[in-house]
Design a protein around this ligand. Structure first.
Ligand code: F6P
Length: 376
C-alpha cells in the first residue's frame, strides 16, 4: 500500500474538509492506499500528532466549514520550539520517514506552496492543493474557499445597502484578501458597490469623494464603498512598493541584517497604511458631508459551510491529487485550468502571486456600469 500523509496549513478556508474527504475516499477506493492526517499544519508533522482518517471520519465532513485536521501558520524553516525560532525542515523530513510516508499532501495558500516546496527540495514526495479565500495562488484559475467567501461578502453588501439607504449614509465595508483584490472586486461587483478599492489600483481619495458627491447631486444620498484590506492610496502605495523592493534587494544580496531592517520598516508601514478603513471612512464623511460608518467583515468571510462551487472544486482537485499519486507524479500543485485540472510543477507556483490585472474584464465591466475605482 502507498501511505499518504495529509495536512492543512495557513488560514482556514471553506472547502478544506471537502478536499480531505475527496482525497481520503478516492485513495481508499483504490484499495492500494491508506491515509493519515497531521494536525495543525506542519506543527502536527513536527510533533507527531496524527489523526486517523478512515471511512467513518471521512463520511460526515463534506459540508463542514474549517478543517477537521486543524491548521496553523507554522513554517518548516521558522518554527517556535522551546521559546526559540528554529529551522525544523530536517526534523519534518525525518518524521515523514518515521511515519513511512510515500507522499505528503499539503493543502494551503501561497505560503503553504512555498513551505511544501522546501520539503520537496529535500527529496520528499509532495503534492499540494490550492486553497484560500484570497484567490491569489499563481498558476491555478481559482482556489477553493474564494467562492464561499465572495458569497458571504456579497450577502453582507446586500444587507448594508438597505441600512445605508435608510440612513442616507456612506457605508465602507472592509473585505479580506491580503494583498489581492479578488474578493473585494468580486463581492463588490456582485453586490453592486458604488466604489471598489483594491490594492492593484491605487486610489485618489478626491476621486472617490467626487464620485460620491456626484451621486448625492443626482439625489442618491447613500453609497457603498467596498475596500480590500490591502488597498492604498497612490502615495502610500508608492511608499509601500518601494519598501518591498528594498526588502527584495536585501534578500537577493543575502544581507540578513539589512533584510530584517527592511522587513521591519515594511511591516510597520503596512500596519498603519494598508486598508486603514477607519481613516478612510472619517475622511469620506468630511469630504462629502454624508454620515459614514465602517463595517469590517473579518473572519466571518472564512467561516461556515462551503458553497456548492467550492465543494465541487475541492472534490475535483482531491480526486486529481489521487490520480497524481497513482502515477507517482510529485513536486506538483494540482491546479484548476479551464475545463480541467492539471499538475503544475511547484517551482512554477512559488514566488508568484495571482493579483488582479488592472485591465481584467471584471474591472472593465464594473467601470462600464459606473463603479468608481478611484484611479486609472
Ligand atoms: O489568507 C486568508 C486571510 O483571511 C487573508 O485574507 C487575511 O489577510 C488573513 O488571512 C488573516 O489572517 P489571520 O487569520 O491569521 O488573522
Amino acid at each position: 500500500n502507498k501511505h499518504i500523509g495529509i495536512l492543512t496549513a495557513g488560514g482556514d478556508s471553506p472547502g478544506l474538509n471537502a478536499a480531505i474527504r475527496a482525497i481520503g475516499k478516492a485513495a481508499l477506493a483504490t484499495g492500494r492506499m491508506d491515509i493519515v492526517g497531521f494536525r495543525d499544519g506542519f506543527r502536527g508533522l513536527l510533533e507527531n500528532r496524527t489523526m486517523r482518517l478512515d471511512r467513518d471520519v471521512l463520511s460526515s465532513i463534506l459540508t463542514r466549514g474549517g478543517t477537521i485536521l486543524g491548521t496553523s501558520r507554522d513554517k518548516p524553516h521558522k518554527m517556535m520550539v522551546g521559546g526559540e525560532i528554529m529551522d525544523m525542515t530536517d526534523a519534518l523530513c525525518a518524521n515523514y520517514h518515521h511515519h513511512s510516508l510515500d507522499v505528503l499532501v499539503c493543502i494551503g495558500g501561497g505560503g503553504t506552496q512555498k513551505n511544501a516546496w522546501r520539503l520537496a527540495q529535500k527529496g520528499l514526495n509532495i503534492i499540494t492543493l490550492p486553497k484560500t479565500i484570497d484567490n491569489d495562488v499563481a498558476m491555478t484559475d481559482v482556489t477553493f474557499g474564494f467562492d464561499t467567501a465572495m458569497e458571504i461578502a456579497t450577502e453582507a453588501i446586500d444587507r448594508l445597502h438597505s441600512t445605508a439607504h435608510s440612513h442616507h449614509r456612506i457605508i465602507v465595508v472592509e473585505i479580506m484578501g491580503h494583498n489581492a483584490g479578488w474578493l473585494a472586486l468580486g463581492a463588490g461587483m456582485a453586490g453592486g458597490a458604488d466604489v471598489i478599492l483594491i490594492p492593484e489600483i491605487p486610489y485618489d481619495l478626491e476621486e472617490v469623494a467626487a464620485a460620491i458627491r456626484k451621486r448625492k447631486q443626482r439625489g442618491t444620498n447613500f453609497s457603498i464603498v467596498a475596500v480590500a484590506e490591502g488597498a492604498m492610496d497612490v502615495e502610500n502605495s508608492r511608499i509601500y512598493h518601494k519598501l518591498r523592493e528594498e526588502k527584495q534587494k536585501a534578500k537577493e544580496e543575502g544581507d540578513s541584517r539589512k533584510k530584517k531592517k527592511a522587513n521591519e520598516a515594511l511591516q510597520k508601514f503596512a500596519a498603519v497604511n494598508r486598508g486603514n478603513t477607519v481613516q478612510l471612512t472619517k475622511k469620506l464623511e468630511e469630504m462629502t458631508g454624508l454620515e459614514s460608518r465602517l463595517t469590517i467583515l473579518g473572519h466571518v468571510q472564512r467561516g461556515g459551510t462551503p458553497s456548492a462551487a467550492d465543494r465541487l472544486l475541492a472534490t475535483w482537485l482531491g480526486n486529481s491529487c489521487v490520480n497524481c499519486i497513482e502515477q507517482d507524479l510529485y513536486g506538483v500543485m494540482v491546479a484548476r485550468s479551464g475545463n480541467t485540472t492539471k499538475p503544475v510543477p511547484l517551482e512554477e507556483v512559488v514566488g508568484r502571486k495571482n493579483l488582479v490585472p488592472p485591465d481584467h474584464p471584471w474591472v472593465q465591466s464594473a467601470r462600464n456600469v459606473g463603479t468608481c475605482f478611484g484611479g486609472w
